[in-house]
Ligand binder design. Sequence first.
Ligand code: HQG
Length: 180
Amino acid sequence: MEKNLKSTSKFLSLVLRHKPEEIGLQLDENGWASVDELIEKVNAKGNKIDINLLNEIVETNDKKRFAFNDDKTKIRASQGHSIEIDLDLHPSLPPDILYHGTATRFVESILKEGLTKQQRQHVHLSDKLATATAVGARHGKPTILIVGAKQMQEDGFLFYKSENNVWLTDNVEVKYISKK
Ligand code: HQG
């Protein structure tokens, strides 16, 4: 069961963040999909899913990657999109520093060019060292970078906090980055 949850959650990440067209799904400009349409189209692709499983994934997902709207008719990913959508986030005041976990092999380039968004809509940062370490380890041997978030914010850069507590910003210039 747990395995099924995980693989379904991964598939939902794919269609709600990157490739809705994979199952012929439409997201609105804020990234929302109709729950009924999502269930129908995921099933049509052979992944068994119903509202109970979807509820369980939204509730128990380790990073709370997905959220329902108020009346539970719509669902979206809370962050991590590569397709262009407007999460309608409001700027928040970041803590003094935030962490970015990356692969050690990327560090030289990051310290030359800064942190760039790559395929996603934002650079992702965390206020927790453990989270940043896990994020970095997805790409290889992790290195933790410290971002001077408060200084950036004072210099006019905006920070957003996703519904599941990931800090998001635009590209981060080299002068705000140090190695932990
Ligand atoms: C790196 C997960 C070379 C960057 C996590 C990262 C996160 C550079 C990779 C979310 C670079 C992009 C996002 C530069 C950045 N030169 N490499 N100038 N600038 N990079 O996956 O932050 O589990 O797009 O360091 O929890 O790893 O899916 O970003 O290593 O919140 O919910 O380019 O994905 O969320 O990789 O992860 P990604 P990320 P989920």
